[in-house]
Ligand binder design. Structure first.
Ligand SMILES: Cc1cc2nc3c(=O)[nH]c(=O)nc-3n(C[C@H](O)[C@H](O)[C@H](O)COP(=O)(O)OP(=O)(O)OC[C@H]3O[C@@H](n4cnc5c(N)ncnc54)[C@H](O)[C@@H]3O)c2cc1C
Length: 240
């Protein structure tokens, strides 16, 4: 098994990524960052573009200590991110809504991460292909082996960024409301947590498919996102 240098470095290694507010929720275990990244599908990329902040949702893939982002070479945000400018990426898993005995103490249960750093644009074709494979397999496991690979033209039209996961923080909120003692004693209504879960729906075949085309197992029996971490751990290292 490959040992990555940052795997052994606790989260929030710099002043910028130290969680200040709500620091009881700050996590130090890097494995939790990877679990979160492997169990979500979208991130929010924050950059300064034309002198103003902009935050954009986008897909990603993770390989070890590297986060890959991709898009069109015409994407202004990717161009802005690729010039060594500082970027920030956030990933959030919402676990539930916390109903408290006061409006003030209502909250959300979540696992969230913020990554700070500077992204590198991949130019070498084999590095780009590797990153695209990681991205594709994260978003649609099994698709890389079962679909046409990017052509040279498609590869040239795709910008791929690599962001080190070194400077990252994770916050976790779980459990019951943090109500005031007085409210617990006097409030008559309900309090607790309403969990939220994501499920895959029924596959919708493309209308252009020939009749009788079966839905592949990788689609119809795709594991829940929460199982993703374990699934990746069981793969041979070169495909991770
Ligand atoms: C689903 C969800 C809902 C939230 N709702 C609210 C809300 O309504 N009001 C509110 O005030 N806060 C909310 N938060 C928390 C919010 O994300 C911030 O953590 C909080 O507002 C503190 O901000 P700050 O600028 O003081 O952070 P600071 O603690 O000063 O940030 C310092 C560093 O800590 C890290 N950090 C900060 N927040 C997070 C985070 N959430 N996850 C990972 N790393 C982090 C970053 O690296 C950041 O650079 C919510 C979080 C989530 C995930």
């Amino acid at each position: 098994m490959l040992i990555h240098v940052t795997e052994d470095i606790p989260l929030s290694p710099t002043d910028r990524s130290v969680v200040r507010r709500g620091n009881r929720k700050a996590q130090t275990d890097r494995a939790l960052l990877y679990e979160l990244l492997d169990s979500c599908l979208i991130c929010h990329l924050g950059i300064i573009r034309d002198g103003a902040p902009i935050v954009l949702p986008t897909g990603y893939g993770r390989d070890g200590d590297t986060l890959y982002l991709h898009g069109s070479t015409g994407s202004a945000s990717l161009v802005a991110s690729s010039q060594g400018a500082p970027v920030s990426v956030a990933v959030t898993r919402l676990d539930g809504i916390v109903y408290a005995r006061s409006a003030f103490h209502h909250s959300m249960n979540y696992l969230s991460a913020v990554v700070h750093g500077r992204a590198t644009t991949l130019t070498e074709p084999s590095a780009k292909l590797h990153a695209l494979r990681v991205l594709t397999e994260h978003i649609a496991p099994g698709s890389w082996e079962n679909t046409r690979r990017p052509s040279r033209k498609e590869l040239a039209a795709t910008s791929v960024l690599a962001l080190p996961l070194y400077d990252a923080s994770v916050k976790l909120r779980s459990g019951a409301p943090n109500d005031e003692d007085e409210d617990v004693e006097t409030h008559q209504g309900w309090a607790g947590v309403l969990p939220i879960q994501q499920h895959w729906g029924t596959p919708e075949p493309c209308p252009l498919l020939p009749d009788g085309t079966l839905v592949p197992d990788r689609v119809s029996n795709r594991p829940a996102l929460s199982d993703r971490r374990q699934e990746l751990d069981n793969r041979p290292p070169q495909t991770r």
